[in-house]
Write a protein that binds this ligand. Sequence first.
Ligand SMILES: *Cc1c(COP(=O)(O)O)cnc(C)c1O
Length: 370
Amino acid sequence: MSSPHMGGTEEGFVKEAFDTNWIAPLGPNVNGFEQDLETYLGKNSHVAALSSGTAAIHLGLVLLGVTSGDEVLCQSMTFSATANPICYLGATPVFVDSERDTWNMCPEHLEIAIKARLAAGKRPKAIIPVHLYGMPARMAEINAVASKYEIPVLEDAAEALGSSVDGQMCGTFGAIAALSFNGNKIITTSGGGALVSPDEAVAQNARFLATQARDDAPHYQHSQIGYNYRMSNVCAGVGRGQMQVLNERVAQRRSVFSKYADLFSDKKGITILEEPTGFYSNRWLTTILIDPSKAGLSREDLRLALEAENIESRPLWKPMHKQPIFEQYPYYGSGTAEGLFADGLCLPSGSNLTDEDLQRVFSVINRVID
Ligand SMILES: *Cc1c(COP(=O)(O)O)cnc(C)c1O
């Protein structure tokens, strides 16, 4: 559905790491990759390169002061890695429904959830919206609610590097943001992530906590609990090469999306997700909704037909409040995420898909639908 796509210069940066023996979780590639990301994101962003996106969310919550017994508001429709770190800290996730325009956190349900938690005597410590499949969440409205109640936002931008709203990059809307460079993301470091903040001290603190929280002393001295979450200089070399082709990758994903959009334009009951005005999606994955009553088939019919031809597709994220491990936690919403899960499908979307690959996918789709 989305496989790694090297640009060509990655090996050179990795070779340099070997030639200079910077085979460690620090070094010139780590610093260079952080600078590349800061330049790309703009808006005075400060970046700490880490071992994964999950590590970035975990450290982000630590830096926002989340501890045992706290509550954290979290988009329900997402990958489990958004919510797991809340539980690592012994805090409680409170799940919030999505809205239909972006499939991300619904600002109205967010406010309903905050009011209900305050009425129950609990002040949520953080809000985690997600930009699913590259489509930005309604950050202006979410940030307005967040600042009204003075709750910081931790933006899960793992799927949205290269996406923006009115020219402002995803990853620069929250007090803290998390990026992922896992093998399936729009660019990869084979495995990695980053914490982003407009506050340089926060990024510096993340680097400190990510390297075992060593105090400034000749011996090993610790005044805080540390983590081993820093990115390797070898992986960061891959990242520096990938940054040179990031804009090209976004263009390729968007081109895959528009080919699907053409294909589905005359198919009844199948809809693609349009960009609201000012929204720009990296189209990490092309996703569709199938209304079985109009299309004459369900998303599962199409998924199985593709699978029979050895083509991978997958239902949208199953909402967290429906997951066995999370269903005991509070949820505020009106069934939008469940509906999207029931009808939605992610299609093969890699930037390295050839025209031949796509034609093979399209011919299965045409055959099943027509
Ligand atoms: C991939 C992903 C993560 C986790 O990133 P890793 O680098 O795999 O740890 C978190 N949230 C979302 C929405 C993701 O898609």
